[in-house]
Design a protein around this ligand. Structure first.
Ligand SMILES: [Zn+2]
Length: 250
């Protein structure tokens, strides 16, 4: 006899499991992305030494890692979907999670076409290798100016917290506004918002009105900061000195 309490205990346990597993997958994805930055660095050194067959091997490795990373994303969706759709089976029957997971995964995989070649990280990898011998020239197949422009820009919009003046590499708790994508030190921006309910983004010239719920540490932010640090974004740092602007909101 399957009673209600038993069912909800199973449900709670599954919920915990689903949360743990999906955060494990997210951690794995973050690790994969970090290792891609390292691989790019190695590929650049090899390219300088004209070791093109080894660069070729790293290229394959990057694609494989991106594929794995996209499978991880799918699995974390699958876990959530299986948990959401869980129903306690009839008496004397056992739920075969393997079967359910597999069928969910295959269904998602067929809906979700993963093309690692079109991942921005793969593009970045190709670009760093290409720039070793062809800096300033567009990559083959990407001669249009606008593509080159957006791709060479980092994802980080401002390299300095407008409130504390700290470089984003040195922020203790970086957060980002979901609307304008500007980055701040968490304590400083929270303080700034409590003082003024209609607070505008403190980055000079940014018209966005901030909302507490939309200023968050999104999962990509710390990864993007790490990536920028690993790339050694010196140009951005130099440019940042010129851009220095006091965001006076009043
Ligand atoms: Zn802004």
């Amino acid at each position: 006899m399957a009673n209600r309490e038993e069912t909800s205990a199973v449900g709670r346990r599954l919920e915990t499991l689903a949360t743990t597993l999906s955060s494990d997958y997210k951690a794995l994805i973050a690790e994969i992305r970090k290792s891609l930055v390292l691989i790019s660095g190695i590929a650049v050194s090899l390219e300088k030494e004209q070791q093109s067959d080894m660069v070729e091997q790293l290229d394959d490795a990057v694609l494989e890692l991106l594929e794995t990373s996209s499978d991880c994303t799918l699995y974390s969706h699958v876990i959530q979907a299986v948990f959401d759709g869980y129903q306690r089976p009839q008496e004397n029957q056992l739920t075969d999670f393997n079967v359910i997971m597999e069928s969910e995964f295959n269904q998602l995989k067929s809906d979700f076409v993963s093309v690692p070649q079109s991942d921005p990280l793969y593009r970045k990898f190709k670009e760093s290798v290409w720039n070793v011998h062809h800096a300033g020239q567009p990559m083959p197949g990407e001669e249009q100016d606008d593509i080159v422009m957006t791709s060479t820009q980092g994802n980080l919009l401002n390299m300095k917290c407008p409130l504390t003046g700290l470089h984003v590499f040195h922020l203790g708790n970086p957060v980002r506004c979901k609307d304008c994508k500007h980055i701040y030190e968490k304590d400083a921006i929270m303080n700034y918002m409590t003082k003024n309910s209609q607070a505008k983004c403190p980055v000079a010239g940014c018209p966005k009105v901030l909302q507490v719920t939309r200023v968050v540490c999104d999962p990509m932010l710390t990864i993007e900061i790490d990536e920028a640090r690993a790339r050694g974004d010196e140009t951005v740092e130099a440019q940042m000195v010129e851009d220095f602007g006091e965001g006076d909101s009043d």
